[in-house]
Design a protein around this ligand. Structure first.
Ligand code: SAM
Length: 282
């Protein structure tokens, strides 16, 4: 292979490589190794500990789907919390909603936000909106301190290792439940159905043990392992399957639409199998 390539080892036996035009930034933060490269295939790319977080070319899928599905499931979301999400992409989508009065970003690593502002301005561009508050702290501690505060909580985290590990536990979901208003809901990115089936199953049943409504939905994200990604949603009252597409406001998006909102919850049988109750499994 000619030139310089960046490689994410997605599993010990599977890798994604992209040819690099230029390395723009590299540093070791107190939390992780942060790298921004410009790639031929996906444009500028943020990696943390050699794991692809986002790229300029396909970020819209992830950020639109993690933000608009929960925000359009809630009839009037005002206070929204994002845990992680230091690149700013989820915030950029959240502030497209006129009902939102306050969007709090709780990111553990201030360097991610600084690097995104400098090298990924098209993703970070919403961070200066007057409704946005940025706090550099651990999201696990943040939700412990609040009660009945947020309409929607979005967990836009790294994979469930290191500082993000505690964002995928039943105890964390209980604290999220407490931090939500009586009709609140939350969404988390929950990995690949091709590669992380057992993990997705565990998270789904943990969420279902805390929230009356638990759902999984899907989006196609080429730079994430397996290409197909899951999001898991827990809700106190509003069911994303019952949203009337005619009620969803038309906001400028490239992947999300009222029709995609519905379609994303239609699971192929192999994904349904992941969350099938034990007694119904073959
Ligand atoms: N879209 C991405 C993905 O799925 O690969 C996630 C992007 S965003 C950059 C993830 C962020 O979560 C990172 O910047 C990381 O520092 C942050 N993070 C990890 N654990 C955290 C925690 N416990 N509290 C707050 N932020 C956390």
């Amino acid at each position: 292979m000619q030139g310089i390539w960046v490689t994410e080892l997605q599993t010990p036996s599977l890798a994604l490589s992209c040819r690099v035009k230029k390395t723009l930034h590299r540093e070791k933060t107190p939390y992780q190794e942060l790298c921004i490269v410009d790639t031929e295939a996906f444009g500028r790319m943020l990696l943390l500990d050699d794991v692809i977080q986002t790229t300029v070319k396909d970020e819209f899928v992830y950020h639109e789907m993690i933000a608009h599905v929960p925000l359009n499931t809630h009839p009037h979301p005002q206070e929204v919390l994002v845990i992680g999400g230091g690149d700013g992409g989820a915030i950029r989508e959240i502030i497209k909603h006129a009902s939102v009065t306050r969007a709090v970003l709780v990111e553990i690593d201030a360097r991610v936000v600084a690097a995104a502002r400098e090298y990924l301005p098209e993703i970070a561009c919403g961070l200066d909106d007057a409704r946005v508050e940025i706090r550099f702290e651990d999201g696990i501690d943040h939700v412990r301190r609040f009660e009945s505060q947020y309409d929607v909580i979005i967990v836009d985290s790294t994979d469930p290792v290191g500082p993000a590990e505690g964002l995928f536990t039943r105890e964390f979901y209980q604290n999220v439940f407490k931090a939500l208003k009586p009709d609140g809901l939350f969404v988390a990115q929950t990995e690949s159905p091709f590669l992380n089936g057992e993990f997705i199953r565990r998270v789904y049943y943990d969420i279902a043990s805390v929230f009356p409504i638990a759902r999984i939905y899907l989006a196609t994200i080429p730079t994430y392992p397996g290409g197909l990604w899951t999001f898991s949603l827990g809700s106190k009252q509003y069911d994303p399957l019952e949203v009337d597409p005619a009620r969803i406001p038309r906001i400028p998006t490239r992947y999300y639409s009222p029709e995609m909102h519905r379609a994303a919850f239609i699971l192929p049988p192999f994904v349904e199998e992941i969350i099938r109750p034990e007694e119904e499994r073959e």
